[in-house]
Design a binder for this molecule. Structure first.
Ligand code: SME
Length: 149
């Protein structure tokens, strides 16, 4: 996919997500539909949420194969994005120290923290079977999308 195709697909996805979550205030219901919409739009390998509960990330709504249920603060890509409070793009998961392999087929990953004020309340995690799937366009749009939640 070219950069311009990706941009267009995100523009349309963003509008679709806005309309699907409009008027619904249940976080789990919205995360469920958002994971489905992102997953279907790009055909990623795994797309889902981990939610901060009692000081640990717990698996939330997702699309794709079965995944690890709990990730501690500072562990894996998800726990590191939570600790740093910033989006992390991993072009090759095998080169990320401490990466948690829920699926051996995952090759690259992006994790976007979701904030309640200044506190991280959840993260969006997306895995790809290809290397270097994610770039600044993904960070930009996924941060905008998660800002709706
Ligand atoms: N790879 C993640 C774990 C979650 S799965 O990819 C669904 C991590 O290192 O945090």
């Amino acid at each position: 996919m070219t950069g311009s195709d990706k941009q267009k697909r995100y523009e349309s996805l963003y509008r679709q997500i806005e309309s699907v979550i409009e008027g619904e205030d249940d976080a789990i219901a919205n995360m469920a539909n958002v994971s489905s919409l992102i997953h279907e739009a790009f055909g990623f390998w795994w797309t889902g949420f981990y939610i901060v509960k009692d000081g640990v990330l717990v698996l939330g709504p997702f699309q794709g194969p079965v995944a690890c249920t709990r990730i501690p603060f500072g562990k894996g890509v998800c726990g590191t994005a939570w600790e740093r409070q910033e989006t992390i793009v991993v072009p090759d998961v095998h080169l990320f120290p401490g990466h948690i392999a829920c699926s051996s087929l995952s090759r690259s990953e992006i994790v976007v923290p979701i904030f309640d004020g200044t506190t991280v309340k959840a993260v969006l995690d997306i895995d790809s079977k290809e290397l270097a799937t994610f770039d600044e366009t993904d960070s930009h749009w996924l941060e905008r999308i998660t800002g709706l939640l």
